[in-house]
Design a protein around this ligand. Sequence first.
Ligand SMILES: Nc1ncnc2c1ncn2[C@@H]1O[C@H](COP(=O)(O)OP(=O)(O)OP(=O)(O)O)[C@@H](O)[C@H]1O
Length: 211
Amino acid sequence: MNIIELHEVSLEIRKRPLLTDVNLTVPTGEAVALVGANGSGKSLLLRLMCLLAKPTSGRVIVAKSHLASGREMPLGFGVVIDGPAAMEHRSGIDNLRYLARIRGLISDEDISRWMHEFGLDPLSRQPVRQYSQGMKQRLALAQAMMEGQDVLLLDEPFNALDRDGVSQVKTLLQQRVSDGSTLVFTSHLQGDVSELADRAYLVEGGTVSRI
Ligand SMILES: Nc1ncnc2c1ncn2[C@@H]1O[C@H](COP(=O)(O)OP(=O)(O)OP(=O)(O)O)[C@@H](O)[C@H]1O
């Protein structure tokens, strides 16, 4: 079964064709890598997959089990696209608490555990604006995974992480996938792709091909 399918998807923004006739499938429980040069359209593909962007033509299909009426973002999707985003004047834990309240699925203890898992101090009152890029990335990944999201769409998940961070996050992602979750990630590094991905697509010249 596929969790996401793109059929003949094209996307134009202000008459500029950015993606053309893209066919791509994300099987449930697999790790899928999107590779390609800067500006090739990898982030746009992630936006299409979580329904944040609408195709100009073609169809994006998300498994019914993950759709809920009245919601833009499919259920159970954990997403980091175009770098980490947070309320900069609030602490890390306040950011995660704010997001956790939306669905009410996890407790404060869960949030603290996830912060520890990503090497962040839940007791710190430091506002996110004072975080390093790597800390912001860790917070974004914690947000994407803390509610047990079973479909992870992660743009360059290892960006800005130190060596230990890369290895911790790889282990967490591998665990999630071996527990049945689905992962789509972008990367510029062949090593990450061969280590993590069950399948990979090359995004080039507005088209996508399996590699
Ligand atoms: N909102 C937008 N309006 C106009 N053009 C856009 C918009 N978003 C993306 N683009 C263009 O679409 C193309 C693909 O962008 P995208 O961010 O998907 O690339 P990418 O493969 O993720 O690049 P990178 O590796 O640098 O992150 C780029 O040429 C970009 O300028």
